[in-house]
Design a protein around this ligand. Structure first.
Ligand code: NAD
Length: 384
């Protein structure tokens, strides 16, 4: 298509003008700060990084694809799906040319498509490793959904493949791009709570595989890797790490699952775990698939607490700071965390920066999740 090749040429031209060819942009390394306005003659769309969306399910359609409209540096240039009808409808809606629509079978030919810079994998976790590795082998940067993969070995394989290809790998931890979470991290770091003593975090909901198609794979171990912990308990875990700014040295966990419930034949329902951090801070976290929705955390310091409830929702976060003289609610502007996440990935490509949430960040959580499962199984603490 002529418009596409024109687009590609002008995009290459932009990268050249910015002092960064597509090839050098691909090489991982120290940050090179390039002004985004490096090419004032190009229009905004031509400056955008092209994303291929792999897996056109609920999260992709309802949250991430609409967020591209609010993104400054990312645009959808290709789709990958097993359903031609669904893909056709979405291609029309997002103005994706038919020649940029792929099946899972011909996905590897994306290597010949210069309109695609980044492959965004939004498939069930058990499929992440395969598509991340194939994307890297096709010479594309990769953004993959959380949890990164089912096993530590798969995470390592994904990291190795991207490193070998000289491509970026980012795990889509949207909360780390969300303004209320960033404000919480900042306030704790600046000492507003006094010395941090402990954190609690709860993530739960009702998993409904018979009512919601998107929950079908969530109760199948091969596709989900595990139960509530892999899917939503990971938010409790990741929050405990980014709020403390430390890495746990020990975990202790208990699981409670009613295996006679048809939802929990293969995966766990509740798992509660405590993390011990080197400073002495403890984090007590919960994860459940059989309760009314909760997505919150609270950090307790010697002088004050900081509560975010909801903390990791899509919109409408709510922060409360409690001190001896009462409670206050800081005024924080809501922001589009999905667009911020996409823009970060795009900037990493354009400016040759390492993502804030690289493959190693996803791997750390999966290693800890495995230690949490081990502790629950053995009924004793596990050093990590
Ligand atoms: P979904 O079931 O709606 O989407 C999964 C997509 O994968 C569907 O389009 C489905 O057709 C496709 N697929 C291809 N092969 C499949 C197979 N063998 N079995 C099942 N599906 C198959 O699920 P979702 O809720 O959109 O989740 C997709 C990914 O996004 C998961 O990794 C999930 O953890 C992640 N997610 C992240 C967030 C977040 O807030 N960051 C929220 C929801 C989901």
């Amino acid at each position: 298509m002529s418009t596409d090749s024109n687009h590609t040429n002008s995009r290459r031209q932009f990268l050249r003008q910015a002092g960064l060819t597509a090839a050098t942009a691909a090489i991982a390394g120290p940050a090179i700060a390039l002004p985004m306005s490096a090419s004032p003659t190009q229009n905004d769309d031509q400056r955008k990084v092209g994303f291929a969306i792999v897996g056109l399910g609920k999260y992709a359609q309802e949250q991430m694809m609409p967020a591209f409209k609010e993104s400054k540096h990312a645009k959808i240039t290709a789709l990958v799906s097993g359903s031609p009808e669904k893909m056709q409808k979405l291609a029309k809606e997002y103005s994706v040319d038919a020649k940029n629509c792929y099946s899972y079978q011909n996905f590897d030919s994306i290597k010949d498509n210069p309109a695609v810079d980044v492959v965004y994998v939004v498939l069930p976790p058990g499929m992440h490793a395969e598509y991340v590795v194939r994307a890297a082998q096709a010479g594309k940067h990769v953004l993959t959904e959380k949890p990164m993969a089912n096993t530590v070995a798969e995470c390592q394989r994904m990291i190795d493949a991207c490193r070998k290809a000289g491509k970026k790998l980012m795990v889509a931890y949207r909360a780390q791009f969300e303004p209320f979470n960033l404000e919480a991290i900042d306030r704790i770091k600046k000492g507003e709570l006094g010395k941090l003593r402990y954190v609690t975090s709860d993530h739960g909901r009702q998993v409904k595989p018979t009512e919601d198609k998107a929950d079908e794979w969530r109760v199948v171990k091969k596709l989900a890797g595990g139960g509530s912990l892999m899917d939503i308990g990971i938010y409790s875990l990741n929050a405990a790490r980014y709020l403390t700014g430390e890495e746990p040295v020990e975990v202790m966990a208990m699981e409670s699952t009613d295996h006679s419930d048809p939802r929990f034949k293969e995966v766990e329902d509740q798992i509660h775990f405590t993390l011990r951090f080197p400073s002495g801070v403890l984090a007590t976290c919960t994860s459940a698939y059989s309760i009314e929705t909760v997505k919150r955390f609270r950090a307790f310091g010697e002088k004050a607490f900081l509560d975010l409830d909801p903390a990791t929702d899509y919109y409408e976060h709510n922060m409360t700071i409690g001190k001896a003289d009462g409670e206050m609610k800081p005024s924080i502007k809501e922001g589009n965390q999905f667009a911020a996440e996409l823009d970060h990935m795009a900037e990493c490509v354009l400016e040759n920066k390492t993502p804030k949430t690289p493959g190693e960040e996803g791997l750390r959580d999966i290693k800890l999740i495995m230690a949490i499962y081990e502790s629950a199984r053995k009924g004793k603490p596990v050093k990590v």
